[in-house]
Ligand binder design. Structure first.
Ligand SMILES: Cc1cc2nc3c(=O)[nH]c(=O)nc-3n(C[C@H](O)[C@H](O)[C@H](O)COP(=O)(O)OP(=O)(O)OC[C@H]3O[C@@H](n4cnc5c(N)ncnc54)[C@H](O)[C@@H]3O)c2cc1C
Length: 392
């Protein structure tokens, strides 16, 4: 990092490159700092209930290691088998269980690493409470490689979760599914996960997995995870078709394969992860349908709808690529403006990176962005770290 400062050479920190906002893409000259091989688990501490790791540990390896100690880390993005924990901290990754258990940042107790000028930092530790000074650790969480290179992470762990039930429901139309979800969330229970999928997602997974699901004819689907002790009141919406299925893991495999499957059924696609208040989901879904009707593309929303985090995908199934390239930014801007108009934000978990950078002024005031630039200048005075990401 000191050399990079001397030669004013950009450094692009990289975990395993699964980030969905292009944050690890070296779009300018510079050096990619791959942390893939910094993958040691340094310490599992059952008394303090913490794990300390290097950033290149793959999340599922971390989950397996702590499982052997009878402990649990709840954050479980669909990319758990491929992404690094460093990338998770840098993007503040979420996932299905965020609805009940929160996101990566809620579990980070300590960070070590290097600021942009090459000086080392050590923030927090195995402390469950720490309010000393400004929370620099929090600024690094979600900073997408622009403020520091994280080289060691201490996470808070939990005891294993209570027994859970996995429920799959089919619906005759998208609005029935959304109404049911909102009714469930309005009951006095806390779902662990509530993943919503329009029928087109299931059809894509069928084609990708080369299989047929007996329930794929429904127009919308909801994968619900609840503590086993909860009894759901299905009378709240009679149009919910409960699907009986013996293997919950296969249901999760459907959910996890959606992103990849949609790539296979379209010539090109783009994926946004706006978040809106749950009460605005019906309006958002109506808006996406309007966009589909008014354009030559399919605009659909799926994902962690229980916490309002919608993976909006625009699919190009039959238009020439040249036309797509012109239309796509316009459609994305309309989707983002729609989300913001409903009280939403640009990104719930994927971050800003390269792809959402143009939309920052739609969400933040000029003054907000000036303050962010000032913070960046303090952490990274020569603008070495991931210089073209988040904002110019
Ligand atoms: C199929 C699929 C499903 C996904 N599902 C989810 C999901 O459910 N929830 C979710 O939140 N995300 C999801 N993602 C997105 C992605 O997996 C996460 O953002 C993940 O945290 C990125 O980790 P990575 O190791 O691949 O990071 P990379 O892509 O390599 O990097 C991402 C950003 O973090 C920075 N960075 C990486 N490591 C460090 C470090 N040690 N120090 C400083 N900066 C660093 C990079 O510079 C870059 O800006 C999914 C991705 C895919 C492909």
């Amino acid at each position: 990092v000191k050399l990079a400062n001397k030669y004013l050479m950009p450094l692009i920190t990289r975990g395993t490159g699964t980030g969905k906002a292009g944050g690890a893409i070296p779009d300018k000259n510079g050096v990619v700092v791959s942390l893939e091989r910094m993958n040691r688990i340094l310490n599992i501490d059952p008394i303090n209930r913490t794990i300390t790791v290097e950033p290149g540990v793959i999340l599922s390896d971390l989950q397996e290691a702590i499982g052997k100690e009878g402990l649990w880390y709840p954050v479980d993005p669909a990319s758990a088998d491929w992404c690094t924990i460093g990338g998770n901290v840098a993007c503040n990754a979420g996932g299905p269980r965020a609805l009940k258990y929160g996101v990566t940042g809620d579990y980070v107790l300590g960070l070590k690493g290097v600021y942009g000028d090459g000086t080392f930092f050590q923030l927090g530790g195995k402390l469950l409470k720490d309010v000393a000074g400004y929370d620099l650790k929090r600024l690094l969480i979600g900073s997408e490689g622009t403020l520091g290179i994280i080289t060691s992470i201490t996470l808070k762990l939990l005891p294993p979760p209570p027994p859970e039930q996995v429920i799959w429901c089919g619906f005759d139309c998208i609005s029935d599914g959304i109404d049911f979800l909102i009714a469930v969330l309005s009951q006095n229970i806390q779902p662990t996960a509530a993943e919503f999928m329009p029928g087109v997602c299931l059809k894509a997974v069928e084609s990708y997995q080369k299989t047929v699901f007996p329930f794929s004819h429904h127009a919308a689907h909801l994968l619900l995870v609840l503590d086993a002790r909860y009894q759901l009141d299905y009378s709240i919406l009679p149009s919910c078709h409960r699907v009986q299925f013996d293997n919950p893991e296969a249901l999760w495999a459907i959910r996890r394969d959606i992103s990849e499957s949609l790539t296979h059924v379209s010539i090109s696609k783009c994926s946004e992860d706006i978040t809106v208040p749950v009460s605005q989901l019906p309006a958002l879904m109506r808006g996406l349908q309007r966009l589909t009707d008014q354009s030559d593309y399919v605009c659909l929303g799926y994902g962690h709808l229980g916490d309002g985090n919608v993976h909006v995908n625009v699919l190009n199934t039959d238009q020439p690529i040249e036309k797509w390239q012109i239309d796509q930014p316009y459609l994305v801007e309309r989707i983002i403006k729609l989300g913001i108009s409903l009280g939403g934000t640009l990104s719930g978990e994927h971050g800003i990176g390269l792809t959402k950078k143009p939309y920052m002024p739609l969400y933040f005031s000029e003054r907000d962005i000036t303050i962010m630039k000032g913070i960046k200048a303090q952490f990274d005075p020569n603008h070495i770290l991931n210089p073209s990401k988040v904002f110019d």
